[in-house]
Design a protein around this ligand. Structure first.
Ligand SMILES: NC(=O)c1ccc[n+]([C@@H]2O[C@H](COP(=O)([O-])OP(=O)(O)OC[C@H]3O[C@@H](n4cnc5c(N)ncnc54)[C@H](O)[C@@H]3O)[C@@H](O)[C@H]2O)c1
Length: 295
């Protein structure tokens, strides 16, 4: 949203604020905010009327939440996405950029993961994201609507809350600043490909501006770190000697993750620019100051 405004675009946001912060919107009075739910076709139609490019990020996020409540997960992620697509069709939007997830791949079979890696999600969340992605691509074949699905790997960055769902960097930061031990599920040698939200925003922008392109693309940093390394780095960078506990691995979590991002580079010039260490230092500085994240 911030990037679109900086680059001179008009923005409408539809968000029910179930996990989004109201404070992230109130500082942008020029944004038209509709407080509504993507499961409500009327609200979605109101938001999409007159819009050229739709960035569809609203979702029930996370494996654990989806395992606990798979029906809600699909109502929001699948039916909600269909509401957005139907509104896009009726209002003649030119493009939808859908926030998909690396969760569609399931357990890693080849490294690094390319877009043609088998899709065998390990959770209802991954399955719902895959269904939504396929719906977007089907609409791009049926109607005059470009659809680009961006398969994010592990996104982190400023403004990310720690309590919405199990995102490791905000949770570790919160626990460090509260003087609580960091808990690692499994042996900590599992790997993740972390991508900064600034790079994700740029990927969305480039995808949104690219005319005549549909398809699914990985969005990541194309580097991976172990969770042990992440935990130790965050202790060092925050200057807090946090205790580290280990617990049983969680269901639905994959062992390894590392993306091949060359397709997005070729198709719309995506190139990550934020190194993990730099992005983590910035995130920790924000999380240390931020009253909500640290409360
Ligand atoms: N954070 C990650 O690591 C990651 C990785 C892969 C994919 N994604 C995808 O990126 C998108 C954004 O994720 P995020 O991490 O910013 O999560 P988030 O929970 O911060 O953002 C989701 C937003 O959608 C809104 N929302 C949720 N349900 C809604 C509904 N029914 N109607 C209207 N608004 C609703 C929330 O209030 C929130 O503002 C999601 O689609 C998610 O699946 C995120």
């Amino acid at each position: 949203m911030r990037l679109l405004l900086e680059r001179g675009h008009e923005v409408t946001v539809l968000d029910n604020l179930s996990s989004g912060y109201r404070q992230n919107l109130v500082s942008f009075p020029q944004v038209r905010h509709i407080e509504g739910d993507i499961r409500d076709a009327k609200a979605v139609n109101e938001a999409v009327d007159g819009v050229e490019v739709i960035f569809h990020l609203a979702a029930s996020v996370g494996n654990t939440r989806s395992i606990e409540n798979p029906i809600l997960d699909s109502e929001i992620n699948v039916i909600g996405t269909l509401n957005v697509l139907e509104a896009a069709r009726h209002h003649h939007a030119k493009k939808i950029v859908f926030s998909s997830s690396a969760g569609i791949f399931g357990e890693l079979k080849t490294l690094p993961i390319r877009e043609d890696h088998p899709v065998e999600p390990d959770s209802p969340y991954g399955a719902s994201k895959l269904a939504a992605e396929k719906m977007c691509l089907a609409y791009s074949k049926l109607y005059d609507l470009d659809a680009i699905c961006l398969r994010y790997f592990n996104v982190y960055g400023i403004n990310q809350r720690y309590d919405a769902y199990g995102n490791v960097i905000p949770i570790f930061a919160h626990r460090l600043f509260k003087g609580m031990p960091i808990t690692i599920f499994g042996d900590g040698e599992q790997t993740r490909d972390f991508v900064n939200v600034r790079d994700v925003a740029e990927a969305n922008y480039r995808a949104g501006m690219q005319e005549g392109l549909s398809g699914a693309f990985n969005i990541a940093s194309a580097t991976s770190v172990t969770i042990n390394h992440l935990a130790h780095f965050m202790c060092e960078a925050s200057g807090i000697k946090g205790a580290i506990d280990y617990a049983a691995p969680r269901k639905g979590d994959v062992r390894d993750s590392l993306a091949d991002i060359s397709a997005a580079g070729k198709a719309f010039g995506y190139e990550p620019s934020v190194q993990l260490e730099e992005g983590l230092r910035a995130y920790l500085a924000w999380a240390r100051e931020d009253k909500v994240a640290a409360s």
